[in-house]
Design a protein around this ligand. Sequence first.
Ligand code: PBG
Length: 326
Amino acid sequence: MKHLEFSRHRRLRQTANMRALVRENYLRTEDLIYPLFVVEGENVKKEVSSMPGVYQLSLDNLKEEMTEVDSLGIKSVLLFGVPDEKDEVGCQAYHDHGVLQEAIRVIKKDFPDMVVIADTCLCEYTSHGHCGVIEDGKVLNDPSLELLGKTAVSQAKAGADIIAPSNMMDGFVTAIRFALDEAGFQDVPIMSYAVKYSSAFYGPFREAAESTPQFGDRKSYQMDPANRIEAMREAESDVMEGADFLIVKPGMPYLDIVRDVKNNFNLPVVIYNVSGEYSMVKAAAQNGWVDEKSIVMEMLTGMKRAGSDLIITYHAKDAARWLKEQ
Ligand code: PBG
């Protein structure tokens, strides 16, 4: 019989074991970074209404949460501090006994091996909700750098293993590296939010971190979602300034950028699967419109395939559980 000319791709998909043999990408529990929101006060465990399963936690509730995170095999958490007191210049961000600094101490005391990443920004700490110092309605670049440097040093002093600056001022990696080195923290790495878009996907986070800007928006410092080449310029600057990891944020709608960063730079690439992405999945799952486990595992595996080495995700605990079951 004369045979037609075409390829038989289905040969390698016939059985589960055959498919396992040719699988190209894997999600591992070690890839996951779990974000936590710490608040002041006692016995607070308040669910974020737009993020089911995500809580604002007071320091006394951290140990229980961390015990769970640790027992699931998750190796790293990213901490956001939500202070009671906010002011024009975000004093609580760089206070040696600020809520974030204390949270770092609490966690490192009982979980010394946990890699604790401190988010370094001012928006949760300023009364106006912007990520820097304001003058005449404008966010000033250079004066904000000085405060970021102070914030990073106070976080490193408290025991942070990694500093993660997210405020998108120009030169923030240089400023933080300089401040850390000067204070004797040469060995503390910087995980830079190198490529951070101005995104509607951060909506639920701003409820969790109480960091909604009180006027205007973040478009003068966060990137335009329409831009791709600009992402390379941002990443290049951060590499030159001494970043140790590069974050791309948000995740799902920006997988092309993750691949670009992976192909062009030689640092570990981190994707931030942000709050709005999480909320959409949760809402659809709660309505019975999608199968949560399959959707989440497909999404996270897709992020690995796109080129991310690490994934910051609110799904981390669930994903770790599902990976254990497999
Ligand atoms: C702080 C910061 C934000 C997020 C992480 N760090 C919010 C913002 O820039 O408005 C968003 C994370 C998320 O949506 O999960 N600057």
